[in-house]
Design a protein around this ligand. Structure first.
Ligand SMILES: [Zn+2]
Length: 117
């Protein structure tokens, strides 16, 4: 049986699941299975519902602010290249704005403290 590409239930990263019998592999590594277990245990302790996730304020603020900047950059780009006849320079500048906004998101690590199950 061939290896199957799956996505880790903790980090979302792709991994090759080992073929064979038994439950399908849900995590890319043992440490992620352990973190997911701890997050579920913490969710039970805090009585979180199945659609609730607990993250730190710092992570939430960082993610929220980066998404606001990305949304603003996307709006600016849509306006800039949506007017008249955009030049190659307009497109290059627009992509530069979008790239800068995306870079803000690249260093955001969302690692929940608890995940409702
Ligand atoms: Zn993982």
């Amino acid at each position: 049986m061939a290896e199957r590409i799956r996505h880790c239930a903790w980090c979302g990263g792709a991994f090759k699941a080992a073929p064979g019998p038994g439950r399908p592999q849900r995590y890319c590594r043992k440490s992620h299975r352990q973190r997911a277990y701890e997050a579920r245990r913490e969710a039970k302790r805090r009585a979180l519902g199945p659609d609730e996730v607990l993250i730190t304020r710092r992570t939430w603020e960082h993610l929220r602010d980066a998404l606001i900047r990305l949304e603003a950059a996307a709006e600016d780009v849509a306006i800039d290249i949506g007017q008249g006849r955009p030049t190659k320079t307009d497109y290059v500048e627009a992509l530069g704005h979008l790239s800068a906004a995306v870079r803000d998101l690249q260093d955001v690590v969302v690692e929940p403290t608890a995940i409702g199950d």
